[in-house]
Design a protein around this ligand. Structure first.
Ligand code: UD1
Length: 341
C-alpha cells in the first residue's frame, strides 16, 4: 500500500513526508510546484535516506487525477495538503480559491471511493471556529461563518468529506484542524519558505532578524488580553507532522468510531504576539526591531486548542515548547540566508 501526499513539497507536507517515511510508509508525492521547489525532494531524501516517488501534477485536471490512480494502483491512503492558503489573496480572488481548493478535493475523492478500502486525511484549520466563545477550543465548538473564501474552502472541504463518508462504507476520513504551525525540521534541511513578504508572524520575525525586513509590525496592542496583543496556539511543524502519521495509522487499523472524525491539533497553550517576540529574543540572543501598529482587519483576539481529544483518542501530544519551535525557525532562517551571527 502506498500513501499519496498531495502538496508534499510544501511546508507541512514535506515534514509529514519525512515522518511517514521514518515510520516505514511508502510515499508518493503530487505537487504542482506553484508554491514549492522540486529541490525539497533532495532534502527529504537527505533526511530519510529514501527518495519518495514524485509526480508534478495539477490536481484541478480531472483526467490527470484519474490517470494517476491508474498508474499507482497501490495508493489507498491520501493526506491532502495541496491548497492555496493566503487569506488576503482569497478575498481578492475567490474563484481561484474555490477552484484550487475544492475541485481538486472532489476529483481525489471521486477516484478514492472506487477503491475497496480508502483512507483520507484532510488539512483543515482552526479558522473554522472563527472567534470561539470559549477557550480552550474543543471540537464541539460551533463552526462560525467564514471570514474569507480561504476559510470557507476549509469548511466546505470538511462538509464534502463528511457527506462522502455518510454514503461510502469503504471510505474513512479524518480532518485535522491545525492551529498555528511554526518551526522547521531539526536537520535544517526543510522549513517554511514563504514567497514574497510573509503574512504570518514567525517567518516575518525571522526574516526581520536576518535583515530582509526592516521591522515587524505588531498588529494591535489594545486587545482584551493580558498584554493587549492577540493570542494563538503555535505548534512545532514536526509535532504537527507526527499527528498525521498517528491519524493515518488509526485509519489503517480501523480503530475509528464511525468513518469520519475531527481533531484539533495544537499545543493547548496560548501565546501572545509579544510572548512570541520574547521567545525569539531569548533563543536567538538578538533584539528584534518591532513597532506597534493598528489592528489587522479580520484578526480574532484569542485562539488556542483543547487537545484532549487528540491526546486521548489518537494518543498524540505536542512535545516541543514555543522556545524550541522558535529556535528551529531561527536556525532554518539562518541557514537559508547564510546568517552567521
Ligand atoms: C493565519 C490565517 C489562518 C491560517 C493560519 C496559518 C489570517 C486571518 N488567518 O492565522 O487562516 O490558518 O494563518 O498559520 O490570516 N501578526 C503581527 N504582525 C505580523 C503578522 C502577524 O502582529 O506581521 C500577528 C497577528 O495579528 C496574529 C498573530 O500575529 O495575532 C498570528 O498571525 P498569523 O501568523 O498571520 O496567523 P493567524 O492570523 O492566526
Amino acid at each position: 500500500m502506498q500513501i499519496l501526499v498531495t502538496g508534499g513539497l510544501g511546508f507541512i507536507g514535506s515534514h509529514t513526508v519525512v515522518e511517514l517515511q521514518e515510520a516505514g510508509h511508502d510515499v508518493v508525492i503530487i505537487d504542482d510546484c506553484s508554491n514549492a521547489s522540486e529541490e525539497v525532494l533532495d532534502r527529504i531524501t537527505a533526511i530519510t535516506g529514501k527518495r519518495p516517488a514524485f509526480e508534478k501534477m495539477d490536481l484541478r485536471d480531472r483526467t490527470a487525477v484519474e490517470s494517476f490512480f491508474k498508474a499507482y494502483p497501490e495508493v489507498c491512503g491520501v493526506i491532502h495538503f495541496a491548497a492555496s492558503k493566503a487569506v488576503g489573496e482569497s478575498v481578492e480572488q475567490p474563484l481561484k480559491y474555490y477552484e484550487n481548493n475544492l475541485s481538486s478535493l472532489v476529483y481525489l475523492l471521486q477516484q478514492l471511493v472506487k477503491k475497496e478500502q480508502a483512507h483520507f486525511i484532510f488539512s483543515s484549520s482552526c479558522t473554522v471556529y472563527g472567534q470561539a466563545d470559549e477557550m480552550p477550543i474543543t471540537e464541539q465548538a460551533p463552526v462560525k461563518p467564514a471570514e474569507s473564501p480561504y476559510g470557507n474552502t476549509k469548511q466546505i472541504g470538511e462538509e464534502i468529506i463528511r457527506d462522502t463518508c455518510r454514503v461510502q462504507d469503504n471510505f474513512r476520513a479524518i480532518a485535522l484542524r491545525y492551529f498555528n504551525p511554526i518551526g522547521a525540521h531539526p536537520s535544517t534541511e526543510i522549513g517554511e519558505l514563504p514567497i514574497g513578504v510573509p503574512q504570518n508572524l514567525v517567518p516575518f520575525i525571522t526574516q526581520t532578524a536576518a535583515g530582509l525586513r526592516k521591522e515587524l509590525s505588531v498588529f494591535g496592542n489594545d486587545y482584551p488580553t493580558p498584554d493587549g496583543t492577540c493570542i494563538r496556539d503555535y505548534i512545532h511543524v514536526v509535532d504537527l507532522a507526527k499527528a498525521h502519521v498517528v491519524a493515518l495509522e488509526r485509519l489503517l487499523q480501523e480503530k475509528q468510531q464511525g468513518n469520519y472524525e475531527v481533531f484539533n491539533i495544537g499545543t493547548g497553550t496560548g501565546s501572545s504576539v509579544l510572548e512570541v517576540i520574547q521567545s525569539f529574543e531569548r533563543v536567538s540572543g538578538k533584539k528584534l526591531n518591532y513597532k506597534i501598529v493598528g489592528r489587522r482587519p479580520g484578526d480574532i483576539t484569542t485562539a488556542y486548542a483543547d487537545t484532549s481529544k487528540a491526546n486521548n483518542v489518537l494518543g498524540w501530544k505536542a512535545k516541543s515548547t514555543l522556545d524550541e519551535a522558535m529556535k528551529s525557525a531561527w536556525q532554518w532562517e539562518q541557514k537559508i540566508r547564510r546568517v552567521t551571527t
